[in-house]
Design a protein around this ligand. Structure first.
Ligand SMILES: [Zn+2]
Length: 684
């Protein structure tokens, strides 16, 4: 009998990319190929790691750090195609593989970070780092690598390592429980209504509620559910104060309803384990551990951002509430103004102040024109150009391929984009890389892609976007530029490999150019008449942006401050919910606004570890982007060439090659202050 043939990593189309333009040859990749190639690539990477760890030679940057960074290329290649498929064009086979591959990958990488012989070599280099006379980027990569090992427990004794592994495992299963409990609460609660109960609701909401009721076996009725996409518009539009109150109470009690799905004990245990983990690794608190490799660096720095914003937001919300109470009184309500009234009267006020319809804007925002606008702004700022190449096979026929060129015509990399929603694509919008750009070894040119979920227009018609969608296109393209403009040597600091509170700067900053008058005049052209958007409409659109900022900032910042309060203390509260209440009381939280995420359903910080002690990052990035764009506004030229070059060099090209504070200061000449963000939000 013939032996089953082993996968040849040196020849397989998943690992050796020989398609047009250096892309993988997608025509030769089948769903059945992934599993075997993954296994072979994991084994090959393990062998590479063993070779580095077992080397008899004295550790050098070349034989240890560079070997580690350049190792695992077949695994990188198969992974990047697989995760692209898993998000952008999946099916049952890919989904089944995902469940199989995720734990394999996490075991693989945790084994590397626990490899003592490997760490001993990194540690040796680290101790000799001053004598090695390294350039700044190499030194930073060495320090980051060393720190990552240490933060994974490499310096602990055997008992410490064992305890850390147990804590990590327990935290990961508690995080899963938290998410599943929340999902169960959200799934099990519904308020069924009849046609007579729908006063004030717009058509899109009625049909979503009808669909939700039908899914729950109540065809012909309407369900309020706890999904944000139904709850928020319901509490915004429903004329029925009694129903708004019921929905509000259910929404804010998610995860805190007693019984098997109650998250209170889960949170208590997670906070206790996180505090223990921080202590074990030598940090003063879990926040100190998590913030160590961010731009903010310390909980104190986060407070220097959040505290002044909180004060301004409270002032604004207080004065907004007076106006809303006046509206409520005029509408004949003599009840005390409550949390379930806020969105409702705020919407009435919005309609009164900014009478315009989203539908008026849409004909001016054609997808193809807005794509051109993205490219055009990049050409003006950074000199790069884009040329579409038709007929090249990718993961899906709708994905488009663009060659990206430098100002001198030389090739910089590729940009791929897949714009329309389809059942095989997960929701949302994102940027990722098939290949990142770096110079180490033979070097690599970036191959970056954007995935969107815009509604596909009928054949022969132009796709039109909402303002939010156009913004999303600019946002993700900003991330893509971070990947495409990268100029670093080391792969691990290329492109978007930066800290959590810095990664949204290039994307959120880029959004600002969408509404620059010259960009709108050139690209926001009416789909039928070809005429630019009238100035009055532009003005209304811009003015409406800051509306409701008091409410939005209070609900967000309250959550960010509670997250910090939990994690910046050296120990953990016995009763988290009492601690939440006490923290809010100290902050003078208005009882007419709820936290955007209360503790028992704060998935960002408890359903996994992604944003624990990190919910502030969203606002931190906003401070950066507002302050960075203000730099252009101060010069009176949104394309100021000298400033654009500093922006390219220090932000878009630099990746994580330097400390983010250093990068930002090199661009701006100073650290940002929250002023520009507060002005942008309309708080001052
Ligand atoms: Zn983003």
């Amino acid at each position: 009998m013939p032996m089953p043939s082993a996968v040849d990593l040196a020849a397989h189309p998943l690992t050796i990319w020989q398609g047009p333009l250096g892309l993988p040859d997608f025509t030769r990749i089948g769903d059945g190929d992934f599993s075997g190639v993954f296994d072979a690539a994991l084994t090959a990477h393990e062998a590479e790691i063993e070779t580095i760890a077992d080397s008899a030679e004295t550790p050098t940057i070349e034989n240890t750090l560079a070997a580690l960074e350049l190792g695992g290329e077949p695994l990188d290649h198969v992974s990047s195609i697989f995760w692209c498929r898993a998000g952008a064009h999946t099916n049952e086979a890919i989904q089944a593989l995902e469940r199989d591959i995720s734990p394999k990958m996490s075991r693989h990488f945790s084994a590397i970070s626990m490899n003592e012989r490997l760490f001993a070599r990194i540690d040796d280099l680290y101790r000799r780092r001053d004598a090695l006379k390294l350039d700044a980027e190499t030194l930073r990569v060495l320090e980051k690598t060393w720190k990552n090992f240490v933060r994974s427990g490499a310096k602990l004794d055997a008992a410490g390592k064992k305890r850390l592994a147990a804590i990590n495992e327990e935290l990961s299963s508690l995080g899963t429980n938290f998410g599943q409990n929340l999902l169960a609460d959200e799934r099990d609660w519904a308020l069924f209504l009849d046609a007579a109960d729908l006063a004030g609701l717009p058509e899109f909401l009625k049909s979503a509620m009808a669909e939700a009721a039908e899914m729950r076996g109540q065809k012909g009725r309407y369900a309020v559910t706890l999904s944000r996409s139904i709850y928020e518009p319901f509490s915004t539009f429903s004329e029925r104060r009694d129903l708004r109150e019921i929905a509000f109470r259910a929404f804010t009690m998610r995860g805190q309803n007693g019984g098997a799905t109650d998250n209170t004990a889960v949170v208590r245990d997670m906070l206790r384990l996180r505090a223990e983990k921080a202590k074990l690794l030598g940090y003063a608190s879990y926040a100190a551990l998590k913030l160590d490799d961010t731009m903010a660096k310390t909980p104190e720095a986060v407070h220097r951002l959040l505290d002044p914003v909180w004060e301004k937001a409270l002032e604004k919300a207080t004065s907004d509430q007076i106006e809303l109470q006046r509206l409520a009184a005029e509408a004949g309500s003599n009840e005390q103004f409550a949390a379930w009234d806020w969105r409702f009267y705020q919407e009435k006020l919005r309609a009164e102040k900014f009478a315009f319809d989203e539908a008026e804007l849409k004909p001016y925002l054609q997808l193809d024109r807005i794509i051109d606008a993205c490219f055009d702004v990049a050409t003006k700022l950074f000199g790069i150009t884009f040329e579409e190449k038709k007929g090249i096979a990718t993961w899906h026929p709708e994905a488009r391929v663009f060659v990206v060129r430098n100002a001198d015509g030389s090739e910089r990399g590729l940009f791929l984009a897949d714009y329309f929603a389809r059942p095989s694509k997960r929701s949302g919008a994102w940027m990722s890389a098939l290949k990142s750009g770096y110079k180490l070894g033979d070097g690599s040119r970036p191959v970056i892609y954007n995935i969107m979920n815009f509604a596909k227009p009928p054949e022969g018609e132009a796709a039109l976007l909402s303002v939010d969608e156009a913004k999303t296109l600019f946002h993700e393209f900003g991330h893509a530029l971070h990947g495409m403009l990268t100029e670093v040597t080391w792969p691990s600091v290329a492109g978007t490999s930066v800290s959590r509170d810095f990664v949204e700067l290039p994307s959120q900053l880029y959004e600002h150019w969408l509404t620059v008058p010259a960009v709108l005049e050139k690209h926001a052209l009416h789909v039928k008449t070809g005429k630019p958007m009238p100035k009055a409409l532009v003005d209304k659109m811009l003015a409406a942006r800051t509306f409701g900022a008091g409410f939005a900032t209070v609900e967000f910042t309250a959550s960010a401050l509670v997250d910090m309060a939990y994690h910046a203390r050296p120990d953990a509260p016995q009763e988290p919910l009492r601690f939440e209440a006490e923290t809010l009381k100290k902050l003078n939280m208005p009882d007419t606004i709820a936290m955007r995420h209360r503790t028992p359903h704060f998935g960002h910080i408890f359903a996994g570890d992604g944003y624990s002690a990190g919910y502030y990052s969203y606002m931190w990035s906003e401070v950066l982007d507002a302050d960075a764009f203000a730099a252009f506004e101060e010069t009176g030229d949104p394309f100021n060439p000298a400033l654009a070059e500093r922006l390219r060099k220090n932000i878009y090209a630099a990746g994580g090659s330097k400390d983010p504070e250093e990068l930002y200061t090199a661009f701006r000449g100073k650290m940002p202050s929250p002023e520009a963000m507060m002005i942008k939000r309309g708080l001052v």
